[in-house]
Design a protein around this ligand. Structure first.
Ligand code: ADP
Length: 629
């Protein structure tokens, strides 16, 4: 008989990450253990929604009874079970889903837990669900009895959560007709969860708007009594829904347990009819920057859940949660076909525009809230600047910056442009990875001396969108490290002395001197409008890439080698002046000093001396000469 080898329970090990997560869970990550119930109910509801979808093509799968979640208490045995008549699991499903971790954010989540256990901030952890495994927070052991809808096999999965689990075939008479029963053998100190009142309160609070009805059975032989109606909240009139209702619904639909900061609920009418209920969260999910992470707005058709992979909004709005329920899409075609539908394309456009306009409204009227949204999701929204040309203008209205005029991340391009200086034709920015360091960059001196505001960009994404040919109100974006800065046309706040013909000649000589000394190390040397306090800095060629971007690309192997920089010198700097005056009699010293200045410019740019040994020799010689005077 082919099944003989599975007649006895088979013992399997959890994937290493599961074992680790379970260990953390049991050792009390959550102070609020009630969350296990919302996780199991949410899984049960998902399973029902999956069956509802499959039953569109195969109605016989549903059976007589409507979809339902039943929570049953057995106080004598100290047991609690959560049962659904949803899709159920095959043996392969059990191994795949209850033995491994599929969630993309779990790794980041576990790192957070570890940090919290070492005493770091733990406040965020409770805001993220941990799924099925949370059952082990309150149970000594857990059994999962399950039968996949349409299958003639049933299985029992059991585990004490300590590294392994067993799977055995289950006689059909002991299994649900279809669906899953999760039986929790409660810990002694979790007895509380066998009292009706307590369970009722938790379920109503946490799962009141799960779109599948929930009933409660008080003891093994009792009739189950209805607890929630499973009505689809989004189909109700806005005026009948409280903020609390929305919040609880958001928790269930997103699996995130923070407060939503923007809730948008509306019905689109006209060519396409659909209902939208979306939420902007108040905190970052752990997998926000995961490359696999996509939008997770759920797609329903006539209240039947179809998929959460329809990518209703573009990737740069992937933090928005919620659902869309369409009355126009056909139910009886495959998910893949739905994806191709022009109706869905129209819905995507509609929802995306609405999300952006809600963000814009918030930005205009509620600075404080928008600031929170921007701090959390700004780096993601900025991806849209180079991914979504069509909506660039809308996005440019949202973008907020830290600048040389404001350390808070709150300057808009509109405000920037309003403050343009006389003859200023560009919007200037500086890219790097640390705002403090950027602020002390010598590149900014000439801009400060003219009162010109510079955007300080420190998100990794910034290097990319700034080079995508962007302009705002006809003003192109320009890096302060790039090309001749055109600053000479913009008046200084404090005018400097006119240059005499002699000093112009001296400066020209100096440039030649630097060029001769540095040779191939630089592509050019020139006098700077950028510098007022520092002696030197490096800049990129006029038409070249921004220096920061060039470094990133070269580092990633996407450029053969970064191009040679241009060295700019400040002829008014005391050091440069004395190089000219006194250096003539000490050629070696002058040579060393020029090389040291070049290395200083490299270091200021976040690089290392090319030849550390040579660098220290030069330094030693210059110091010795200085001290020996
Ligand atoms: P998540 O629900 O976020 O995917 P879980 O750890 O809670 O993570 O569950 C893992 C997977 O196990 C689910 O995605 C689902 O495929 C399966 N699963 C859990 N509970 C049930 C259930 N009651 N019925 C069917 N499948 C389930």
């Amino acid at each position: 008989m082919p099944k003989s080898k599975t007649q006895n329970p088979e013992t399997l090990s959890f994937e290493a990450d599961v074992a680790k997560l379970l260990h953390m869970m049991v050792h009390s990550v959550y102070s609020d253990k009630d969350v296990f119930l919302r996780e199991l109910i949410s899984n049960a509801a998902d399973a029902c929604e999956k069956l509802r979808y499959e039953a569109v093509a195969q109605p016989e799968l549903l059976g007589e009874q409507g979809l339902q979640i039943t929570v049953s208490i057995d106080p004598d045995q100290n047991r609690l079970s959560i049962e659904d008549n949803g899709i159920g699991m095959s043996r392969a499903d059990l191994v795949e889903h209850l033995g491994t971790i599929a969630r993309s954010g779990t790794k980041a989540f576990m790192e957070k837990i570890e940090a919290a256990q070492k005493g770091e901030d733990a406040s965020l952890i409770g805001q993220f669900g941990v799924g099925f495994y949370s059952a082990f927070m309150v149970s000594d052991s857990v059994d999962v009895l399950t039968r996949r809808a349409g299958s003639d096999e049933a299985w029992k999965w059991s585990s004490d959560g300590k590294g392994s689990y067993t799977i055995a075939p289950l006689p059909l008479a002991e299994a649900p007709a279809h669906g899953t029963r999760v039986v929790l053998h409660l810990m002694e100190d979790a007895k509380d969860y066998t009292t009706r009142y307590r369970l009722e309160t938790i379920i109503r609070n946490q799962s009141g708007h799960v779109p599948v009805p929930i009933q409660l059975r008080e003891k093994p032989d009792a009739e189950a009594s209805p607890l929630t109606d499973g009505a689809a909240l989004w189909t109700r009139n806005k005026n009948d829904i409280s903020t609390e209702d929305y919040k609880e619904f958001y928790h269930n639909v997103s699996g995130q347990y923070d407060e939503p900061v923007i809730t948008t609920h509306y019905r689109a009418e006209g060519r396409q009819e659909y209902t939208v209920l979306t939420f902007v969260p108040s905190s970052r999910p752990f997998d926000l920057f995961d490359t696999e992470r996509k939008g997770r707005i759920k797609l329903y058709v006539k209240r039947v859940f179809i998929t959460d992979e329809a990518e209703i909004v573009p990737r740069y709005l992937r933090f928005v949660r919620g659902l869309v329920d369409s009355s126009d899409l056909p139910l009886n075609v495959s998910r893949e076909m739905i994806q191709e539908s022009p109706v869905l394309a129209a819905i995507k456009r509609g929802v995306t525009s609405r999300v952006l306009s809600e963000l814009e409204k918030c930005a205009e009227h509620d600075n404080e809230t928008f600031k929170g949204i921007w701090d959390n999701f700004g780096p993601v929204i900025k991806e849209g600047l180079y991914e979504d040309f069509e909506r660039r203008d809308a996005l440019l209205k949202l973008v907020r910056f830290r600048t040389t005029h404001s350390t808070a991340q709150d300057r808009t391009l509109k405000a920037y442009v309003e403050g343009l200086k006389e003859n200023q034709t560009a919007i200037y920015y500086l890219v790097g990875d640390d705002a403090k360091r950027l602020e002390s960059s010598p590149h900014l001196e000439g801009f400060r001396a003219r009162g010109i505001e510079v955007l300080l960009l420190t998100d990794p994404v910034d290097s990319f969108w700034v080079t995508s040919g962007l302009s705002y109100e006809g003003k192109p974006l320009k890096s302060v490290t790039q090309g001749a800065a055109d600053l000479s046309l913009i008046p200084l706040l404090e005018p400097k002395k006119e240059e005499t013909p002699e000093s112009a000649k001296e400066t020209a000589d100096l440039v030649v001197l630097f060029k001769d000394s540095l040779g191939e190390a630089v592509s050019d040397v020139r006098v700077s409008d950028r510098l007022t306090e520092s002696a030197v800095c490096l800049v990129a060629a006029d038409q070249g890439l921004d220096r920061q971007l060039e470094k990133i690309l070269a580092g990633a192997g996407r450029l053969p080698k970064a191009t040679k920089p241009i060295l700019e010198i400040n002829p008014d700097h005391a050091l440069i002046k004395s190089l000219l005056k006194e250096g003539a009699s000490k050629p070696q010293l002058r040579q060393d000093a020029i090389h040291l200045l070049f290395t200083e410019a490299l270091i200021l740019d976040g690089e290392r001396p090319e030849d550390p040994r040579l660098f220290s020799e030069q330094l030693a010689r210059v110091l010795a000469a200085g001290l020996g005077r």
